[in-house]
Design a protein around this ligand. Structure first.
Ligand SMILES: [Mn+2]
Length: 310
């Protein structure tokens, strides 16, 4: 990766010891089935982030002052299973250091590893899955670690809430809880879906955000674009509600498939990530790392409750 720090922030805010946030890039594209290129996602996201202004108008805050550590990218790609295992272990190691751990993919199979890590560390976890696709297949193309299976495991091991769905296979109905599934064609006519979705969530929420949940008019550069998706401000409104009402314990963003002519998609992904940090930390701006930060000061640990097993 060319980028030295997330969004080009000063080193003071980018040190692992003091940063509240860890960002793990996973440039993986082993199992995508249509347009390839999600392995280029993290680099395009980081480059766009560097060109972003860092004052968030809506929350009147500078989220980067909480500290964002850019971890080494996970490059394991021997097999989908080996990649998922590497993501699982690395993600878990940062959660256990009480970091607000975030992951940027790569295609959606990386989330099998991220969800497994958060599930290990939080009891009664809700996985909020924002996506055009149901991703509930038990296996695809000979692997359970395929992007089409991203939340199959989560459907068994966590409280899975699905939002924005508008494409699926009939076999996925067997694994879908229709009370916790919010289809795009219904969402468009009834903004009550936001409250209804939040009512289905437990306190601790992990968000897995597939960028193809967004409408291709605002985010065309993704592997499998589907018409009829979420727009920008309704997405932000919903996310802000979730961050306000629930304890969001981490998130991943996946499936940016950048190309030369469309810089807007990469920039949207950069802005979406930063807005999610803004919502996470909007109530504790006083805890920001100061420019003359004292290395010996301790940072208040993020709320987390670890289960007994590793
Ligand atoms: Mn998808």
């Amino acid at each position: 990766m060319k980028t030295k720090t997330y969004a080009g922030i000063p080193d003071t805010f980018a040190k692992l010891e003091t940063a509240k946030v860890v960002l793990i890039p996973v440039p993986y594209d082993g199992t995508s089935t249509w347009q390839k290129g999600a392995d280029k996602g993290p680099e395009a996201f980081l480059e766009a982030s560097e060109n972003m202004e860092l004052y968030d108008i809506e929350t009147a805050s500078e989220p980067y002052t909480q500290g964002v550590y850019l971890a080494d990218p996970i490059t394991e790609n021997q097999s989908p299973e080996a990649m998922v295992d590497a993501v699982h272990q690395m993600t878990k190691s940062y959660i256990k250091r009480n970091k607000f751990t975030t992951i940027f993919g790569g295609e959606h199979s990386v989330s099998i590893g991220t969800i497994r890590a958060f599930n290990d560390c939080f009891d009664n976890l809700t996985v909020l899955h924002i996506d055009a696709h149901a991703d509930l297949r038990p296996s695809y193309d000979g692997s359970a670690c395929n992007h089409a299976c991203a939340v199959h495991e989560a459907s068994k091991t966590s409280n899975l809430v699905q939002v924005g769905i508008r494409s699926m296979d009939r076999v996925e109905l067997d694994f879908m809880d229709l009370n916790k599934t919010f289809f795009a064609h219904e969402m468009v006519n009834d903004l009550g879906w936001m409250d209804a979705a939040i009512n289905e969530m437990t306190d601790d929420v992990f968000i897995t955000f597939d960028l193809d949940a967004l409408d291709p008019s605002i985010l065309p550069s993704t592997g499998t674009p589907e018409p009829g998706g979420l727009l920008w401000y309704e997405t932000l409104e919903f996310l802000k509600m979730v961050f306000t009402e629930k304890n969001v314990v981490g998130f991943d963003i996946v499936e940016l498939c950048p190309n030369q002519v469309d810089g807007a998609s990469s920039f949207l992904a950069a802005k979406l990530y930063y807005k999610m940090l803004a919502y996470k930390f909007m109530d504790n701006q006083e805890d920001a790392i100061l420019d003359d930060f004292d290395q010996d000061s301790s940072i208040e640990a993020l709320k987390s409750k670890f289960s007994s097993h590793d």
